[in-house]
Design a protein around this ligand. Structure first.
Ligand SMILES: [Zn+2]
Length: 71
């Protein structure tokens, strides 16, 4: 449903909203072991979407993907 999708995205924005240092920490550090994520960006030419993949190399946290839509 569109409504639930929208509220999920809103939650994500709220989570990242705050002073820039805190946002940077949420974005870059592994919540599992505290190591820096390795972040890669995969621009998808033609669709105006950039896929950001965060990976932790120090534990098995796995991947966290964020889709950026370019306006
Ligand atoms: Zn980790």
């Amino acid at each position: 449903m569109d409504a639930s999708k929208r509220s999920y995205e809103f939650e994500e924005y709220e989570k990242y909203y705050g002073d820039s240092v805190q946002v940077k920490k949420i974005m870059e550090d592994c919540p599992c072991c505290g190591s820096k994520f390795v972040v890669t960006h995969s621009p998808n030419a033609g669709s105006l979407i950039v896929e950001e993949t965060s990976r932790c190399l120090d534990c098995d946290f796995g991947q966290k993907k964020v889709i950026h839509i370019l306006n």
